[in-house]
Design a protein. Structure first.
Length: 401
């Protein structure tokens, strides 16, 4: 698609989640020129009727510096006002190269020192304790001596780059390995774990219970808009990225989320993830995603247009956020609901028993019937849903070559 001159534009990374589609739909409807960028051939976002322009860029998985240069080239355009942060690298790149990006864009990302703390889960736990926010017991793998309890191993860093792991060159990136559930009473092979994770990861107390999130947009330490989420289902029955979630109103969760982001003097969007520990009677911090969250359609459906608030902040305009949102609004990722059902037959989780298939299938069908709100599927914009289905078929079906 050709560039339309003399319009205010936003760059939206066409990621493999519906958050990019949500941004495109929200901002195009507000009259903002949308520029979708991708290192892949045909992401779902490129099929949206709300895309004004598409641009091919190098993938950061191949070369972080080349991805930075491509975003910087777009930032230099007179019409571009912002880059929507939808993945870790979309906030890491402008924060790391702040002196280059801030020359052309109003910063909508946290300073690198703050982002480094948010991405470092060990230091983040320390910061949360300073803010009087509940945390699970957390140690470096090399410092653990007691293996009697239920514990998990996960990456110390939310993303692996040269800024965090000294062995990585500047242009290299790696996604963290998945969480490992440890068998109580058995000391794991530490060297094998370090080799697999490419750094010294953390060992964390396993916290049972439901997952929640504090969604927020902050402007230099001040909250612009906030929303609370309860996770109903994730890709896996034991937890993880949500495929069905609903808005809630819980003062204790609001307090915990605000306390942490206030303490960090946060700037930009963030999703603060918690689990509710019923035994301790408190929310315990899991991590911060210093960007827009994958289930962005949920608060938008509930009345909080986070993409537009972000755009207004980036444009230097007053942000007129809604003071309230609808509680009990649920949204679904249909493909994710199917993956969730499939996970019931996968490798068992040592800490969580799977629900019955029929019971869970009925739950999913009932919630879709009660609240037919979907991340991709929209009657007036079916393209992203169709493309997502085709991409999925190519990945798992006979057309994959």
């Amino acid at each position: 698609m050709s560039q339309r001159a003399h319009e205010d534009s936003i760059v939206v990374p066409a990621v493999d989640s519906a958050s990019s589609v949500c941004c495109l739909r929200s901002l195009h409807r507000r009259g903002v020129h949308t520029v979708a960028v991708s290192g892949r051939g045909s992401p779902p976002s490129f099929w949206s009727r709300y895309v004004d322009e598409t641009v091919a860029v190098p993938s950061y998985t191949d070369d972080v510096v080349a991805y930075k240069d491509a975003l910087l080239s777009l930032a230099r355009r007179d019409d571009v006002r912002a880059i929507a942060p939808l993945r870790e690298m979309d906030v890491y790149v402008p924060a790391k190269y702040d002196d280059e990006f801030a020359e052309y864009l109003e910063p909508t990302w946290p300073p690198m020192d703050t982002l480094r703390l948010a991405h470092d889960r060990l230091r983040l736990v320390e910061a949360a304790m300073e803010a009087d926010v509940g945390v699970p017991k957390t140690h470096l793998l090399g410092d653990v001596e007691d293996w009697r309890h239920r514990q998990i191993v996960k990456s110390r860093y939310a993303t692996l780059t040269s800024e965090y792991v000294g062995s990585f060159p500047e242009n290299q990136h790696a996604s963290p390995a998945s969480v490992t559930y440890l068998e109580p009473g058995v000391e794991p092979d530490r060297e094998h774990i370090r080799d697999e994770m490419r750094h010294d990861p953390i060992v964390q107390e396993y916290v049972p219970g439901d997952e929640y999130a504090f969604w927020a947009l902050y402007d230099r330490g001040d909250p612009v808009a906030t929303c609370l989420k309860r996770q109903i289902r994730a890709f896996k029955y034991a937890g993880g990225t949500s495929v069905c979630r609903e808005t809630v109103e819980l003062p204790e969760l609001e307090t915990a989320g605000r306390s942490l982001l206030d303490h960090l003097d946060w700037h930009g969007p963030a999703s603060v993830q918690f689990k509710y520990d019923s035994a301790a009677g408190e929310f315990k911090l899991l991590e911060i995603n210093p960007r827009f969250w994958v289930s962005l359609s949920c608060p938008v459906r509930a009345g909080l247009d986070f993409p537009y608030y972000f755009w207004s902040m980036a444009s230097g305009e007053p942000v007129r956020a809604a003071e309230e949102y609808d509680v009990g609004v649920a949204t679904h990722l249909l493909r994710g609901e199917l993956v969730h059902l499939h996970s019931l037959f996968g490798e068992p989780n040592p800490y969580v028993d799977p629900p019955g298939f029929r019971e869970r299938a009925v739950d999913i069908a009932s919630s879709i019937y009660d609240q037919p709100n979907f991340d991709y599927l929209h009657v007036d914009d079916p393209g992203p849903f169709v493309r997502d289905v085709l991409n999925t078929v190519r990945t798992v079906g006979p057309f994959d070559r």
